[in-house]
Design a protein around this ligand. Structure first.
Ligand code: ZN
Length: 116
């Protein structure tokens, strides 16, 4: 192995982890923006949260955000009528390289961001 090859072998995993951590942070920002839009929607609909993410577009958020790790709008929503609550999460193992378990990060109304 050449010196350059050895350096690449050492640096690439470090670079990949740093990028994954950055993408995890950007995904959390997407969830926070969606949560704000959910609260705005509820404010105009008698305190009821939307049961689908697309109901907040484009009135409360300009477009459905894209998870930077998978390149698609990878967000899922769960809502409950009683008590009024919601959870939004990034589906699957999109952030495994950043150390996140499947279906994280999550934003839960009444709790906020949950991003182990
Ligand atoms: Zn994500």
């Amino acid at each position: 192995m050449t010196v350059l090859g050895l350096l690449m072998a050492i640096m690439l995993p470090t670079y990949a982890r740093a990028r994954a951590t950055s993408e995890y942070g950007a995904c959390k920002e997407n969830l926070a923006q969606m949560a704000t839009a959910f609260e705005m929607y509820a404010g105009e609909n008698g305190g009821i949260y939307p049961n689908r993410a697309d109901l907040i577009v484009p009135r409360f958020i300009a477009y459905m955000p894209t998870c930077p790790s998978v390149g698609i709008p990878n967000y899922r929503v769960q809502t409950w009528a009683y008590p009024h609550a919601f959870t939004i999460y990034c589906r699957g193992e999109a952030h495994a390289l950043a150390g996140a378990p499947p279906d994280f990060p999550q934003y839960r109304s009444g709790h906020g961001m949950i991003a182990p």
